[in-house]
Design a protein around this ligand. Structure first.
Ligand SMILES: Cc1ncc(COP(=O)(O)O)c(C=O)c1O
Length: 390
């Protein structure tokens, strides 16, 4: 999905020429500059570039002080990392339904809240913005934190505000499959200094020895290693300059295709909580029934997939969650921790009927920012032809 060219090669070359690839105490400070630029772009006070989106989610939960004894609400349709991050801090993921837009259903969030609930993880899956107004209202009413999983939504918006900046902390991924990428990478954003300090400490196990340790307002605790390097920083600085152009091109393609598919008689384009803020990476085709959707998807040349087939994104395929294997040893397994006994940890394959219905009737067409007019028209023709065959 991302675009990459000689600018990234030159930026990496400049870092290598300094032989200072470590991000701390070096000359070019590419990672640090990216953090400043990312925070400014997203609209937050702080940003941390790190090794992955999963790392950013875990550091976000650490930042908000979430741990054993806490339930965190996560949608049943997302990449498993949204739930595994919760387990990584010793808390329990509670699964919620999605709505017609494929993002977490606020009505079901309310149903899943218990006295143990500490946070909600709205996931802007496929760049579709969640219903943040409703989610913020619920969070306020029940005194819950919001950790936005914007790992599939780099640069997206909700009602004009960048995704990731609406909740308490936001997490992004820059892995190979994302809109902007350094192969691997992630970032955390927040306006909360305490969350930032804790995330900085957690993401860099050597934080106590860094120059930035003097700015921490909390004592340094033991962290891990999710630190990144200046090569990733240099690539991401160039990638950032490409981001809004990619989104603009994708949105044009999505609009053209949406218009072309009006009244096709077989599917509708699924609704959005804010089509203006949508990333445009996917077009969700919603069929009336699972059987027709399956027939459509049987043509493997169309360039998309039936959502139910997206394995690791469907809750019942998250075997470590479903089978309560939340850690490498029994005593550290959050499902066994005494603090977590009595929490909501029952998962069954049929526990989210609305989600099952939607994933069986929704086909995701993946869009490419560099498609030519001719390629777009070929796609439209192929899809309409398929509609006439089923
Ligand atoms: C919704 C979601 N959350 C979290 C992640 C984890 O990101 P990473 O692969 O950078 O760890 C991904 C990655 O694909 C994702 O799609």
């Amino acid at each position: 999905m991302f675009r990459m060219g000689k600018e990234e090669v030159e930026a990496v070359g400049r870092v290598i020429a300094t032989k200072e690839l470590f991000r701390v105490n070096n000359g070019l400070k590419e990672a640090e500059k990216f953090e400043e630029e990312w925070a400014k772009t997203i609209g937050t006070d702080y940003a941390i570039l790190m090794s992955s989106g999963t790392g950013a989610l875990i550091a976000a939960l650490v930042g908000m002080g979430i741990g054993p004894g806490d339930e965190v609400i996560v949608p049943g349709y997302t990449f498993m990392a949204s739930a595994s991050a919760v387990l990584a801090v010793g808390a329990i993921p509670v699964l919620a339904e999605i709505d017609e837009t494929m993002t977490v259903d606020p009505a079901d969030i309310e149903k899943k809240i218990s006295k143990y609930t500490k946070a909600i993880v709205p996931v802007h899956i496929c760049g579709y913005p969640c219903n943040m107004d409703a989610i913020c209202e619920i969070a306020k009413k029940h005194n819950l934190y919001i950790i936005e999983d914007a790992c599939q939504a780099d640069g997206g918006r909700y009602k004009g505000t960048r995704l990731g900046s609406i909740g308490d902390v936001g997490a992004f991924s820059f892995n190979y499959f994302k809109l902007i990428s350094a192969g691997e990478g992630g970032a955390l954003v927040t306006n909360n200094k305490l969350a930032y300090d804790r995330a900085m400490i957690y993401h860099d196990g050597g934080a106590a020895f860094r120059p930035y340790a003097s700015d921490f307002e909390v004592p340094v605790f033991m962290g891990t290693q999710m630190r990144t390097n200046d090569i990733t920083g240099a690539i991401m600085r160039v990638q950032l300059t490409r981001m809004d152009g990619i989104i603009a091109d994708l949105k044009k393609i999505k609009k053209t295709m949406t218009e072309a598919f009006a009244n096709n008689g077989k599917f509708v384009v699924a609704p959005s909580h804010d089509i203006e803020g949508d990333l445009g990476t996917h077009l969700p085709l919603r069929f009336a029934d699972a059987e027709t959707a399956r027939k459509f998807a049987d043509d493997k040349e169309l360039g998309g997939y039936l959502v139910v087939d997206s394995g690791k994104h469907i809750y019942y395929n998250w075997s470590p969650v479903m089978e309560h294997r939340g850690a490498h040893c029994d005593v550290l397994n959050p499902y066994n921790l005494p603090q977590n006994q009595g929490l909501n940890m029952t998962y069954t394959k049929d526990m989210l009927p609305n989600t099952l219905d939607l994933i069986n009737r929704t086909y995701h067409l993946t869009l490419h920012c560099d498609w030519t007019q001719e390629e777009i028209q070929q796609k439209i023709d192929a899809i309409l032809k398929r509609c006439s065959e089923i």
